[in-house]
Design a protein around this ligand. Sequence first.
Ligand code: PGA
Length: 253
Amino acid sequence: MAKKIVAGNWKMNTLKEDAEKLASEVVNMAKDEVPSDVTLIMCTPFLHLAKVKSLTGSATNVFVGAQNCYEKANGAYTGEIAAPMLHSYGIDYVILGHSERREYFKESNAVLAAKVDIVLENDMLPIFCCGEVLDEREAGKQNEVVKNQLEESLFHLSADDFTKVVIAYEPVWAIGTGKTATSEQAQEMHAYIRGLVKEKYGEAVAAETSVLYGGSCKPSNAPELFACPDVDGGLIGGASLKSRDFIDIAKSY
Ligand code: PGA
């Protein structure tokens, strides 16, 4: 069975005090309200990671993730953050290949393959984002696009390493737009992704791979999305900035 995961992508939001308040609220509410078989992840800006990690305290199902890292382990790369640094702060997950990184920072599938490798080498788990833009969906090319992203950035991994990867399908046209994929569209793509994993790594690995949906997911639509057989949870942007909404989403299974 794939792990149920609800991950919050805070993006470039929250000042110091906001971050601490939000993280404390999530940890406290999770304790009372979120079943222990649901993994919660807060992916915060780099500056807040250490503090948020310390706030997770003894919670066993609340984890902390970064939103990116550099593809080299160290060196003269002014302004970048390396995977070993994140690991040294006890960070558990790293989002890679978010569509905003692909669009604004021109991250290619090849660069993302290197980032996936260095995150795994440093004992953290990648949350690998894939998804098509609106033009590609309208041209009926979404499967081809997603297949290419997976093949070029993930399918070089051994089966053992692949089992550590969380996949997030995020149709770019649904991110921050209020326009959610219908549960049929989500299920169709998630089943397709699981099928590709099965072809490459076999049935057992495919069944264990968590495939999250992302794109305008909120408490009102999460129950329907999470009820789809191949949707194992969500990567939540806007709604993860409100503790109540984030926790309500996590209770939607
Ligand atoms: P959204 O963002 O929930 O605000 O649409 C999702 C994401 O970008 O991960």
